[in-house]
Design a protein around this ligand. Structure first.
Ligand SMILES: [Zn+2]
Length: 73
């Protein structure tokens, strides 16, 4: 299978293509905005992790409660 083409991007200021790993255009020094690349961890991922941890905690609490109830009876 042929390898996918490199993700070349075009500068919005001068229209020249630039490699995806740069953040400033090498031709016109325009600051390139590359959304979704090497940014901070998105908030929804943190929220998802917190939700998973909360669900696990609730599940563990329910299991512990059931075990305690079963032990009592
Ligand atoms: Zn440029």
């Amino acid at each position: 299978m042929p390898s996918p083409p490199p993700t070349a991007r075009e500068c919005r200021s001068c229209g020249k293509s630039y490699p995806p790993e740069v953040y400033v255009c090498p031709i016109c020094r325009n600051i390139l905005v590359t959304p979704g690349t090497r940014a901070k961890t998105p908030g929804w991922i943190i929220g998802l992790l917190v939700a998973i941890i909360a669900l696990l905690a609730i599940y563990a609490a329910v299991l512990a409660y059931q075990v305690l109830v079963l032990h009592r009876f």
